[in-house]
Design a protein around this ligand. Structure first.
Ligand code: FES
Length: 200
């Protein structure tokens, strides 16, 4: 259970956020090694990946405010470590959101039907695919980010057709995307390791 991969697709160059993704597929054997910045990661086997095996993610190096990306079932899964100020924005947006209470139960497990849409408020674990036509939105955590409404408090922006989501992946009213972005099944193995793809 110690294999994993290093995924540089999570580096958000525009924001100059350095993101590290350490992943592993449960049960993966052998595997290729990769050393990046002195850290040893192992890649899950191609068979395990194609079967959509759960993926272990090491979040120990994810700093507050940063986003990392790992791949599960061929989809990008984002993990965002939210700061207290980021979390405080969530309660102020209710009137602007299409489904603030996560009433569409297809979009998250029951344990993520809360304001922060996660098991631990600090960490958002979410499939980073827009629910309009499937593009991958941009991470725009800064309040008042350029090109977004003046009252923008941080979230995700899909430039394809202008859909906006808050920092819990909840979609705003009046945009093309109909639903909140999905939260995959997941649980914590320990404080530093999340298993994406499987409930506890
Ligand atoms: S795919 Fe995201 S707004 Fe159209």
């Amino acid at each position: 259970m110690s294999s994993g991969s290093f995924d540089t697709s999570g580096v958000d160059k525009e924001r100059r956020l350095f993101v590290i993704a350490g992943t592993s597929a449960v049960g993966a054997v052998g595997a290729l090694g990769a050393t990046v910045a002195g850290i040893q990661y192992m890649l899950p086997s191609e068979k395990a990946k194609s079967l959509g095996a759960p993926v272990e993610v090491d979040i120990s190096q994810l700093e507050a405010g940063m986003k990392m990306t790992v791949k599960w079932q061929g989809k990008p899964v984002w993990i965002v470590r939210r700061t207290d100020s980021m979390l405080q924005t969530l309660g102020s947006l209710t009137d602007n959101l299409a489904d603030p209470a996560s009433e569409n139960t297809d979009q998250q497990p029951e344990y993520a039907r809360n304001e922060h849409r996660s098991l631990k408020a600090e960490y958002l674990v979410m499939v980073g695919i827009c629910t309009h036509l499937g593009c991958s939105p941009m991470y725009k955590p800064e309040p008042g980010a350029a090109g977004l409404p003046a009252d923008w408090k941080g979230g995700f922006f899909c430039p394809c057709h202008g859909s906006r989501f808050d920092l819990a992946g909840r979609v705003f009213k009046g945009v093309p995307a109909p639903d909140n972005m999905p939260v995959p099944p997941h649980h914590y193995i320990n404080d530093n390791i999340i298993l994406v793809g499987e409930d506890a």
